[in-house]
Design a protein around this ligand. Sequence first.
Ligand code: GLC
Length: 612
Amino acid sequence: MASSSFSRAVFQRIQSCILGIGSLVLAFAAVPALSGAPAAAQTSPANVWWKHAVVYEIYPRSFQDSNGDGVGDLNGITSRLSYIESMGIDTIWIAPMYPSPQIDFGYDISDYVSVDPQYGTLADMERLITEGKKHNVRVVLDMVLNHTSDKHQWFIDSASSRTSPKHDWYVWNDGIPIDSAGVNDYQKKYVQTNLEGKHVVPPNNWESLFGGSAWEWVPAVHQYYYHKFYKQQPDLNWSNPTVEKAAFDAMRFWLDRGVAGFRLDAIPTLFEDPQMRSEPVLAGTNAQGDPNLQEIYTQNLPEVHNVIRRMRVMVNGYAGDRVLIGETYLPNTAELNKWYGGEAHDELQLPMDFLVGFHGDHDKLNAANFRARIDEVQTQVYGSQPLFVFDNHDNVRAIDRYGDGTHNDLINKVLNTVLLTSKATALTYYGAELGMPTTTPTRKEDVKDPIGITGWPKEKGRDGERTPMQWTAGPQAGFSTNPKTWLPIPPSYKTNNVAVETKDPNSELNWFKQLAMLRRTNPALHDGKQTMLDASNPDVLSYARSTGSGPAVVVAMNFTAEPKTISLDLSGTGITGSTVKTLAADDASLKSVHSLKNITLPPYTSWVASVQ
Ligand code: GLC
């Protein structure tokens, strides 16, 4: 399969900026009746569904087009529920499907309690939730709370006058005199004239993650507003309690309609430093040509945790164990622990652990690194449940980030093996089960993601990981009947598609399915403790999963392009038994392994076996 090396990205940039500073039965249980009436009946923590979930992120524009307009939609998703279920997926997270001008493809919401007509209607969403229950597939929605669209009525009112009751719903600033101490050339680029006819500049050096100053002037009010992302995404003012109330009301609207929870977008960015201090400047410039900053005043401020605790109480008021998942790019496990609420366990149930699946510009298969990260989160978050993720709509696909260009398919299987055989909750992204590669535009004029236009050619944007789902080898890969799809169908669709891979027993898709099903049916993989084996091996990652009763499972993956021979020693793990039976292996030679001694793993192979 085609592959190339990619360098970038904005989201790895977010990370590096911060760095500057149960029960088996339950897995099969039907989705409980999710009624709106607050009734705090929660399942016992050990058995709760989200601890065993395999969550599948769907980018609604790109999954399945049902009405021939070249853009995916909700009815398209509903029509594919059987596929989703057949893969062993029990939860889908749908990227924003709310009304939006689509500047950031839905992450700029103009109405929180409706559906964008290009994706369908509220009735379509309700049908998706209902049909999902029939397929045992829960629906998690994306909730963008840091900002709205500038076309949201809240912002239109806010920006209309300083005396508008909504003015204080966003982060406004008068600017500071251009000759104030500490003003730098960068701020001076954004000079404006205030009501008194004086030259003012933004109050600090804060930058938009998408390029340029984070401050935008509005002549009607003679003030700047703050935007962490595009200027069409003004930040809400979370120190105003009315904003929190409005946001929670929007969440309740969907909880009342039976959604299983939310993925909280860019959640560490809710608060900014009230003193408006400039961020420390680091060496060099980023892909958008702006100075690199250490974001200590606009990311991960402690105030956000009070909001999350109140949000958790609100969500806990609903029956059915609704879940809060966080988009939490954080520098280390200690920071991640805070997002669970530490020992109190009273914040997010599942903040994303990006430390396992995203290593900045250095993504590569490194057994020691994986081992350390996996161990760390299992021991340093007070028993909270880890959530691993390798792929999403913001980053070059893991198959390309970790791939060596020769063994990408096998490497993708290794990543899916880590994801599906670890004790962590698994989060994957449409196409990752197929080994769909990233297909980055080659010409600036084809780019749809605005950061790829402003950042070209250093930053080519995120279109490459958002291309249409590859269902068949037929027209438009079965994604749409319209020859003009919103992003082009990648050439890989001919061989890399659901229809072809379903028939091939050795395909990526069948590997994924096999492991997802094992995770449900095998008690040790479902729920067992994870213990590293052969822990100083630099080339092979191996671990055991064991519930303490019944057969344990061992998993081993060769992280190199050379064959490696291992012997696994279970002494000290409490696991008895020395006979092994292969449950899954992506090389025929491993199917007949019976002993834990002298097992030769061909390059980049994965092996899962039961110990009796
Ligand atoms: C999150 C989303 C990303 C979006 C940004 C602003 O990081 O994943 O796609 O552009 O937030 O909402």
